[in-house]
Unconditional design. Structure first.
Length: 535
C-alpha cells in the first residue's frame, strides 16, 4: 500500500498539492488525471523519492520496487534487445557473467550462471524482451540494431519496453501512449491488464484509461480525490458530487440568510436575546460549503473555408516514398468535401508517407496527384510544434503569416483559441507542450483551410483540449484526414477508415472496435522496421 497522509507539495513558490489523504492498494490500476500543470508528474516524483513533501507523510513499503520510463535514452551502441533486457537488472547481470565465463572458457562459471538463472526463473528473459519489442512494433530484424540507430520516437518505445521488463511492485507510466500507433496502444492495454502490481498512469487518452484503470485519481485546485472506476465512471461520479455540493451550498445559504435575518431583527430585544444568541452559535457552526465554480470550458473553432470545392485532391495509381525506397504502391485515394477519414496501421507502415504525399511534400515515384486549384491545405505534422519560434509571441507568429493585419483582429482570433488578453503577447518560451500545440493548430485555422491533414495532433493536448478539438473538427465542413492513436478523438471525428500496411492503402470495413477485434484475431500484430535516427 502507498499512503499519503496530510501530504503537501510545492514547486518553487507554487503550492501544487495540499491536505492529500489517500491510500492506494496493491493491484490497483490508477489513472491520474487533471489539467496540465496541476501536479501529476510531481506526484510521481514524490513516489520515486525525487522530491520531499513540504508537509505530511508519504508511506512507502520497505524494499518497494518501482519501475518508470526514463525521459531520455543515451545514444548507446548496445543492441535494442540487450537494452530492454537490462531492465531486469539481476537477469542482465547473470547473462553478462555467463557470456564473460564462456568467452574465457570458464565452464564452472557458466554452470554457476545457469544455476542462478534457474533460481530466479530467468531462462525466458530474452524471449520476454523479444515479445515486448514485438508488441511495441519492432520487427525481428531490428532487435539487434544498436540503440543509437533509432529515431527519437522509437527510443521512447525502447524506454517503455525496458520499464515493462523491470520486475516491479509499482509501475509509473507518464503519457505511455504518446509516440505509439493505435496497434501498439491496443497491445499495451492487454499487457497492462495482466500486470500484477500497482499501476499508476498519467494519460490524456480517455479510451486507454477506460480500457485499463480500476481507479481514477483526480487532481484539481491543489486537492486529490480517489474515485473507484475508470475515467467514464469518474466523470459520472464527479458530476453527481458537484451537483450535490451545489444543492448543499444553496441549502446552507438559505439557512444562513434565515438565521441572520432573525439575529438582525431580535438581537436588541431582551426577550429574544437567548434565542438570538443560539442562532449566532448555529451560524458560526455552519460548515462553509463552497459554491461550485464553473470551470472555463475551452472552445476552439475552424472558420468556414473561403471556398469549398466538392472534389479536392486525388492520388491516382501512385507509388509513394523516398529517394531510397518505395513505401506505398498503386495508391488510389481521394478527398471530397465532408470526407472524414481515419488512417489505421502500425507506425512505419506509411501513414505519414501518405499524408506527406497528399500535402505535396514528397514527390511521386509513380502515378499522379490531382489537386483542385482552390484547395487550401491545413497540415499538422508530428514536428509542427517544434517549428514554432522561441522568442516570439502568438501575435508575432500571426504577423509572420498575415503582415499588415490589425493587432485587434489577431487578439480577437487568439482569444477564441484560449490565448486571451496579455497571453497573446507572451513569448512562447515558457509555454507548455499543450499550449504550443494549441497555437500551432490556431495558426493552421487562421488560413481557413478546406482540407485538414492532421498527423498525431493530440500528443501534447490534455483531455479538455482534446474534447474541444473533437468538437471543432466535427463542425468543420471541409475534408479531414486524421492519424491519431487517440481512439476517442478518432471515433468522434472520422466516419470512414483506411488501413495503411504492407505497402498498400485499403479501405477498412468497420469501426475502431471492430479494428481492435480484428487485430486481436490475427494473433501476432504486423511489425515494421523503425525509422533510423538521422545521421
Amino acid at each position: 500500500m502507498i499512503a499519503f497522509r496530510n501530504f503537501a507539495l510545492r514547486r518553487g513558490e507554487r503550492l501544487l498539492l495540499s491536505d492529500v489523504d489517500i491510500a492506494l492498494h496493491a493491484g490497483a490500476r490508477v489513472g491520474v488525471v487533471g489539467r496540465n500543470g496541476c501536479g501529476k508528474s510531481s506526484l510521481f516524483a514524490a513516489i520515486q523519492r525525487e522530491v520531499e513533501p513540504d508537509r505530511g507523510d508519504l508511506d512507502l513499503p520497505a524494499r518497494l520496487r518501482i519501475a518508470s520510463v526514463a525521459q531520455e535514452t543515451p545514444s548507446l551502441p548496445d543492441p535494442a534487445i540487450d537494452f530492454v533486457l537490462s531492465g531486469d537488472v539481476e537477469v542482465h547481470r547473470i547473462l553478462r557473467a555467463e557470456a564473460e565465463a564462456m568467452a574465457r572458457e570458464d565452464w564452472d562459471g557458466v554452470a554457476a550462471a545457469h544455476q542462478e538463472l534457474a533460481a530466479i526463473n530467468g531462462y525466458d528473459a530474452t524471449a520476454r524482451a523479444g515479445r515486448l519489442l514485438h508488441g511495441l512494433g519492432f520487427s525481428p530484424d531490428t532487435h539487434e540494431m544498436p540503440v543509437s540507430a533509432f529515431s527519437g520516437g522509437w527510443r521512447v518505445r525502447l524506454n517503455l519496453a525496458r520499464a515493462l521488463m523491470m520486475p516491479s511492485d509499482v509501475l509509473l507510466l507518464d503519457e505511455p501512449t504518446n509516440h505509439l500507433d493505435l496497434d501498439a496502444v491496443l497491445w499495451l492495454e492487454q499487457w497492462l491488464l495482466k500486470y500484477p502490481g500497482m499501476l499508476l498512469m498519467i494519460s490524456h487518452d480517455r479510451e486507454f484509461l477506460d480500457g485499463v484503470s480500476t481507479h481514477t485519481l483526480h487532481i484539481h485546485d491543489g486537492r486529490a480525490k480517489l474515485y473507484t472506476g475508470d475515467y467514464t465512471s469518474f466523470e459520472r461520479q464527479r458530476a453527481e458530487h458537484l451537483r450535490q455540493q451545489q444543492i448543499a451550498f444553496e441549502k446552507e445559504q438559505a439557512e444562513r440568510a434565515h438565521l441572520q435575518a432573525f439575529i438582525d431583527r431580535f438581537k436588541a430585544k431582551a426577550s429574544k436575546a437567548r434565542q438570538a444568541q443560539s442562532r449566532v452559535k448555529r451560524l458560526a457552526k455552519l460548515t462553509g460549503t463552497e459554491a461550485v465554480r464553473a470551470e472555463r470550458q475551452i472552445r476552439i473553432q475552424f472558420d468556414e473555408p473561403v471556398k469549398l470545392p466538392h472534389s479536392l485532391i486525388r492520388l491516382n495509381d501512385t507509388d509513394a516514398g523516398y529517394e531510397t525506397a518505395t513505401i506505398l504502391q498503386d495508391v488510389g485515394f481521394g478527398l471530397e468535401a465532408g470526407d472524414r477519414i481515419g488512417l489505421l496501421g502500425p507506425n512505419g507502415a506509411g501513414k505519414s508517407t501518405l499524408v506527406k504525399t497528399l500535402v505535396g511534400e514528397l514527390p511521386l515515384r509513380a502515378g499522379e496527384r490531382v489537386a483542385h486549384r482552390e484547395m487550401q491545405l491545413g497540415y499538422f505534422a508530428q514536428h509542427t510544434v517544434e517549428s514554432l519560434h522561441d522568442g516570439l509571441s502568438p501575435i508575432d507568429h500571426l504577423k509572420e503569416i498575415a503582415p499588415g493585419t490589425a493587432t485587434q483582429v489577431f487578439r480577437d482570433f487568439l482569444a477564441r483559441w484560449n490565448f486571451p488578453g496579455n497571453r497573446a503577447f507572451e513569448v512562447i518560451d515558457n509555454f507548455s507542450g499543450g499550449e504550443r500545440a494549441r497555437l500551432a493548430l490556431a495558426l493552421i485555422a487562421w488560413r481557413r483551410p478546406n482540407v485538414l491533414l492532421l498527423d498525431e495532433p493530440t500528443n501534447h493536448l490534455d483531455l479538455e483540449m482534446r474534447e474541444a478539438l473533437a468538437e471543432a473538427l466535427s463542425d468543420f465542413p471541409g475534408a479531414i484526414v486524421l492519424v491519431s492513436h487517440d481512439r476517442h478523438l478518432t471515433g468522434l471525428v472520422c466516419d470512414t477508415f483506411w488501413r495503411v500496411a504492407d505497402g498498400k492503402v485499403e479501405a477498412f470495413q468497420g469501426d475502431l472496435d471492430e479494428y481492435a477485434t480484428w487485430l486481436r484475431s490475427r494473433g501476432a500484430r504486423t511489425t515494421t522496421k523503425p525509422a533510423a535516427a538521422a545521421a
